[in-house]
Design a protein around this ligand. Structure first.
Ligand SMILES: [Zn+2]
Length: 445
């Protein structure tokens, strides 16, 4: 075999060969062979992974709001991709809203590309938005390499990114089907939401009563119905209720092209820990009870929910209305990118979920969603994206130590399991100085 650039030898690794000891041969940033731990390999350099660390595939996070350009004090390409690398995430797909402009046209996608260029520590691709106004631009956006499209069935609070009606949802699915593109849907039903009086509220239970499970179920039902009618492909983002998961389970059983995700916050937190006025917990859809949380783990394990992604959605402390403690006024979203894997791992251990399983939900499954063929696992032919993880070590979350632009965290002071020691992107160790991340575009068939 031709000389290798690097060989990584690990006693503990999760690769296409399963769990165990391997040697991985890397050339030109790609994995060219996976052999036994002590295989004789001709190489320029070698990395021997210490025994207490596990070699894992770089994580893929398909739900990240980097908010650049425009809201760069909340997060930006530099800070966000640094945080990603520190968290073992080597590929992320940026959401089309919360930046200025929002990504809904060729021009606004170009603005994203221009800003991202030269700022990335990890590889970044883009979703584009579907609004009632841009149905005639979806094909062009697809041609420009976006990985798919995102729409909202409930008010986003952003006049420049309005939600879509069920009729527009159907039209979008029909259009996207023509070029086999994916539609991501934020599934909360606007009509139902509007029926509930939105009182300003200090009580978490009151906030929950404004956003009951039925709001999500109704929206998910509408999506499933229209996937069936159109034959399109849809993905439900951040499933928060067992009710909605049950609907997805039966849709999958009947063969609909539907996938879904949930997020670390829904898998760890429970309503009983949310004090009244604790608006850092404001997320849409909201954190629900413990029984529901445990059911989400079961739906992951039985394959109804396909993956775990962060929905990293930062904002300023002012926007979280912490002083007022008003759940209605607070921005809905939580920042967790850098710690999303330890957050999920901390709870996974309690649920007796293996590291291998969790890793698959956070690398292979999201890579498959975005059809990122060269990402998501340690396998011959894929990019040499990986990180070293100490599954037994613990650390205390201190927002001031995180790379996130905003130095506060819902998880401040929590002790989490699992420490990311170092991260490699396409065969090169991330040094947090050289922006080697690339802008990814969906490959043309
Ligand atoms: Zn989101």
């Amino acid at each position: 075999m031709e000389l290798l650039d690097i060989v990584v030898r690990a006693r503990s690794a999760i690769t296409s060969r399963g769990c165990g000891a391997v040697s991985i041969g890397i050339r030109d940033g790609s994995i060219v062979c996976i052999e036994d731990f002590d295989a004789a390999l001709d190489t320029l350099s070698e990395i021997l992974v210490p025994d207490h660390l596990t070699l894992l595939p770089g994580l893929v996070d398909t739900h990240v709001h980097l908010q650049d350009p425009g809201n760069t004090l909340w997060e930006n390409f530099k800070s966000g991709t640094r945080a990603a690398a520190r968290g073992g995430i080597t590929t992320l797909i940026d959401m089309p809203l919360d930046s200025i402009p929002v990504t809904v046209s060729l021009e606004t996608l170009a603005a994203k590309h221009m800003t991202a260029e030269g700022s990335l520590m990890v590889d970044v691709g883009f979703w584009a938005g579907v609004t009632p106004w841009n149905l005639n631009q979806l094909n062009q956006l697809d041609q420009e390499g976006v990985f798919g499209f995102k729409c909202f069935l409930a008010n986003t609070g952003l006049p420049e990114f309005p939600s879509v009606s069920v009729d527009i949802l159907k039209q979008a699915l029909t259009i996207l089907k023509e070029f086999d593109a994916l539609l991501l849907v934020h599934a909360e039903d606007e009509e139902q939401l509007n029926k509930v009086p939105s009182v300003s509220g200090h009580n978490y239970s009151e906030y929950l009563s404004v956003r009951p499970a039925s709001i999500e179920s109704r929206a998910v039902s509408n999506v499933l119905e229209n996937v069936e009618l159109t034959g399109g492909r849809a993905h439900i983002v951040h499933i928060s209720t067992s009710e909605a998961a049950a609907l997805i389970q039966s849709a999958k059983e009947s063969g609909l092209k539907i996938t879904s995700e949930t997020c670390p916050h829904y898998l760890i937190l429970k309503d009983s820990e949310v004090d009244d006025g604790a608006t850092l917990y404001k997320i849409c859809p909201p954190i629900r009870d413990e029984k529901n949380r445990n059911a989400l783990w079961e739906y992951l394990e039985n394959g109804t929910i396909d993956m775990v992604v962060s929905d990293h959605s930062p904002t300023s402390i002012d926007e979280k209305a912490v002083v007022e403690g008003d759940f209605q006024a607070a921005f809905g979203g939580v920042a967790s990118l850098q710690i999303s894997f330890p957050l999920a791992w901390t709870q996974a251990k309690k649920q007796s979920v293996s590291l291998e399983q969790l890793t698959r939900w956070m690398s292979q499954a999201p890579a498959a969603l975005a059809r990122l063929d060269s990402k998501g696992s340690l396998e011959v032919g894929k990019d040499a994206d990986f990180f070293l993880f100490d599954p037994e070590a613990t650390f205390e979350v201190k927002a001031s130590n995180l790379e996130h632009q905003q130095k506060f965290s819902l998880y401040e002071g929590r002790t989490l399991s699992g420490v990311v020691e170092a991260t490699w992107l396409r065969g090169v160790k991330v040094d947090y100085q050289s922006p080697r991340g690339q802008i990814l575009k969906k490959s043309k068939k």
